[in-house]
Design a protein around this ligand. Structure first.
Ligand SMILES: Cc1cc2nc3c(=O)[nH]c(=O)nc-3n(C[C@H](O)[C@H](O)[C@H](O)COP(=O)(O)O)c2cc1C
Length: 383
């Protein structure tokens, strides 16, 4: 793919035999790449990459191999730190840097009690971008990262919060809609994009959630996004270490199989997580029902009942991704899972997205060219 993109970058290259050309003799594909590069220039400059496509951090999946593969393919890989201790994060960053000399980032969870130490590891290892997830970050955390020389990327679930994050020093925003895999908010990507993109121009904004094809990528760029972030679409990359059974579940699934977790009782909140429906997801309802009944009979305190519900998913993502236990594990996946139809190399996945975006631009450009007979008529003075 790199060769193809490098070729596409040459603006003066002549079209291949049989390939249509514009008035300046340029191939529309190549001028299409110029247009795409114009649209995502801000995102590319911010990330320091060929493609303004972030590989969203996925706990247990986004480790050195997938992260390096995404960066080597021209995107921006992000290590998922999950809840690993600083020493392991240090080793993971070092191992990733052995596999790629391209930029990559690290995703840290704001609620992690060791957040300051994890930030220090990123700074010491000269990680260029730290993505803070899992809740609103403190100003102190943002400053610690920036003072260490790295850029801070944060998730914003609404325009007001995005504005606040920019005020306290965040360098870029990810807006992630409810189509995404993993922990989700209530608002769809399409609506969040309309709420945020026209209004937030101070920093680059990356759009995530439900993006599986280049047409969608292009449409968000045209709305003002600096780039996009993908998770689900990358799980079945050859370079992803996810267990073959986890990948098979993705390949078999349709969009409608990726459902948010169900909460049975408002007194016992359940953090919404989008995942493929499996026996564990069904058992989760039964467990909630049983816990609520025991609480109602006075056999459990509210705190113990809540803990029992929360405990249900402990270790479940690891069981599915690492051990391949697709029955009792958590199969976190977004609705774009329906577009995952086979295992592919990371560079093919990213290459497909770029080709699909370029195809739209090419078709559009060729529609703008008058057809040959019309051009002849114009030359003849019409009539
Ligand atoms: C299996 C899985 C695990 C994920 N784990 C994390 C995580 O640890 N931290 C995080 O910020 N986002 C996590 N995400 C969200 C992704 O980083 C990304 O934003 C999301 O997948 C984008 O939406 P998409 O799935 O529709 O492509 C996870 C997503 C999946 C599918």
């Amino acid at each position: 793919m790199t060769d193809r993109l490098a070729a596409a970058d040459r603006p003066q290259a002549a079209p291949k035999a049989g390939e249509p050309s514009d008035a300046a003799g340029r191939s529309p594909i190549r001028s299409g790449r110029g247009e795409l590069d114009r649209l995502w220039a801000r995102g590319r400059a911010f990330l320091g990459t060929d493609l303004a496509v972030m590989g969203g951090a996925m706990t247990w999946v986004s480790e050195r191999h997938l992260v390096a593969a995404i960066s080597n393919a021209g995107g921006f890989g992000v290590i998922a730190s999950g809840s690993i201790p600083p020493t392991l994060l240090d080793a993971e960053i070092a191992a990733t840097a052995e596999l790629t000399d391209k930029p990559f980032g690290v995703n840290l969870i704001t609620l992690d009690p060791q957040l300051p130490e994890l930030i220090d590891v990123c700074v010491r290892r000269r990680v260029g971008h730290v993505v803070l997830a899992g809740g609103l970050p403190s100003t102190a955390a943002i400053q610690r990262i920036r003072q260490g020389g790295a850029r801070v990327v944060c998730f914003a679930p609404a325009l007001m919060i995005a504005r606040k994050l920019v005020r306290i020093g965040v360098d870029a925003i990810v807006i992630e809609g409810s189509e995404a895999g993993g922990h989700i908010g209530p608002v769809s990507t399409a609506v969040l994009a309309q709420e945020v993109l026209p209004h937030l121009v101070e920093v680059p904004v990356f759009v995530a959630g439900g993006i599986g094809r280049g047409e969608a990528l292009l449409s968000y760029l045209e709305m003002g996004a600096a780039g996009v972030q993908l998770g689900t679409r990358l799980v079945c990359a050859h370079e992803s270490i996810a267990h073959p059974r986890f990948k098979q579940a993705f390949i078999r699934a349709a969009a409608r199989d990726a459902m948010p977790s169900v909460q049975l009782d408002a007194r016992f909140p359940v953090i919404p997580v989008r995942a493929l429906v499996n026996p564990a997801a069904q058992r989760f309802r039964a467990v909630q029902r049983d816990v609520i009944d025991r609480f109602n009979r006075g056999e459990l305190s509210q705190k113990d009942a809540q803990l029992e519900i929360e405990h249900f998913w402990a270790g479940a993502l690891r069981r599915a991704v690492v051990d391949g236990d697709v029955e009792t594990g958590s199969l976190m996946a977004g609705q774009s899972v329906g577009m995952v139809t086979r295992e592919q190399s990371t560079s093919d996945i990213l290459g497909e997205l770029v080709d699909q975006a370029l195809a739209v631009l090419t078709t559009r450009e060729s529609r703008r060219q008058p057809p040959a007979y019309a051009a002849a008529e114009i030359q003849d003075g019409g009539g």
